[in-house]
Write a protein that binds this ligand. Structure first.
Ligand code: ZN
Length: 390
């Protein structure tokens, strides 16, 4: 997991000037190395879990005529099945795969989806050679194959490494993760920890930034780039005359997510406290996933309404550019398993136009009110006051 975060979120995001000053990672080598013995192996059949390492060896390989499968017998006694069409599709030869882009060249138009192998052989217990009916040949490394084993366990482990699905839900008892801003900028290990914590908890407090504008840009460049919106590359939240956003007033803001009006709302938002108000100025945060699950327990019907009704959002104004935005979002977004994956809610930009039938309107309001009451309940919300430089 550590390796995956390091590779995918840090090493690949080094460009231009920052590559010299901030990240000292040699090309082709991750600095986050883990002893091979601590990595998981990909087992197909039951058997003792053995360390996955470079010497993953194959005992025997065979083509099964039935349904066009190739079966690999590993030295540890486990077996893996690979469909012939998948092997042909993923041929790693220069005609089929562009190594410099790590991308498939083979066109689906040219793939025979009913293909079977003509011949399969094994070399040094490390390489599988396949000859196809049209004489094309493919070569696969044992380690590459093992990582892509189709067993349920192997797939689950690979998905975990790729997507870091672990979540930590929290309420008013949140132990706000706290890290040094400078350390995140200077140390790859700290940057990796920051990102993986952010993925898991959803919020991290960084301390010790300078109390001037520009610090957020540094943080964004550390891992990639900031996304431009119609409020410009960054913006100042302060009390403004004729405010074009309710955030630019001294009034209380209720719980919201930013930009539900965008087709792709932001994933992560950075806030930097440059100057704190003498009175007030507290920040309140709440774990929307945790509260959604509470709503589901307390009132499944309300959860069903909020996770299925498309709500219209609108935002029109002038800022970095003129904008007139319109979107439809579910307030609680769930994935194919019914797991909550995103909250889209900003009461200020919820449109007066509401594209549902009249009799569904009041039940929607009742459901939303119940959700908002849960968000505001003292056991769920966490309150703190940012200090300058945080
Ligand atoms: Zn090929």
């Amino acid at each position: 997991m550590w390796n995956a975060v390091a590779k995918n979120l840090i090493r690949t995001k080094v460009h231009q000037d920052y590559s010299h000053t901030l990240l000292l990672v040699q090309k082709g080598r991750s600095i986050f190395t883990k002893p091979p013995s601590s990595r998981n192996c990909w087992q197909h059949t039951a058997g003792a879990v053995q360390p996955f390492n470079m010497s993953t060896s194959i005992q025997k390989v065979e083509a099964l005529d039935v349904n066009n499968f190739v079966r690999i017998h590993w030295e540890d006694g486990s077996k893996s099945l690979y469909p012939a069409v998948w092997l042909r599709d993923n041929c790693q030869c220069p005609d089929c795969f562009l190594r410099s882009a790590k991308a498939r060249k083979l066109l689906l138009e040219d793939l025979d989806v009913n293909i079977g192998v003509k011949e399969v052989t094994l070399t040094d217990r490390q390489k599988v050679y396949i000859t196809w009916p049209d004489k094309h040949t493919s070569e696969f490394e044992a380690e590459w194959l093992k990582k892509r084993c189709f067993s349920e366990q192997a797939r689950a482990e690979m998905q975990e490494e790729l997507f870091l699905p672990e979540c930590k839900y929290w309420g008013s008892d949140l132990q706000l993760p706290n890290m040094s801003f400078e350390e995140v900028l200077q140390s790859d290990e700290s940057a990796c920890k920051w990102l993986s914590t952010l993925k898991k908890v959803g919020i991290v407090l960084l301390t010790g930034a300078a109390t001037r504008q520009g610090e957020l840009v540094k943080l964004g460049k550390r891992i990639g780039f900031l996304r431009l919106t119609f409020y410009g590359p960054t913006w100042q939240v302060e009390d403004k005359m004729d405010a074009n956003n309710v955030a630019y007033t001294s009034g209380k803001l209720s719980f919201h997510t930013d930009y539900p009006v965008l087709q792709h709302p932001p994933g992560i938002q950075f806030l930097h406290c440059i100057k704190q108000a003498a009175t007030g100025g507290e920040s309140e945060v709440v774990d929307g996933f945790h509260v959604s699950n509470k709503l589901k327990e307390q009132n499944p019907q309300a959860f069903q309404i909020l996770s299925s009704t498309l709500v219209d959002f609108t935002d029109v104004g002038i800022d970095y550019c003129d904008f007139a935005m319109q979107s439809k979002q579910r307030i609680i977004d769930v994935d194919y398993r019914g797991q909550v994956v995103r909250i889209n809610y900003n009461n200020a930009t919820r449109d007066t136009i509401f594209d549902i039938s009249a009799e569904k309107v009041q039940p929607f309001y009742a459901a939303l009110k119940e959700f908002v009451d849960l968000l505001n309940s003292p056991e769920h919300k966490f309150t703190y006051k940012m200090k300058p430089g945080q």
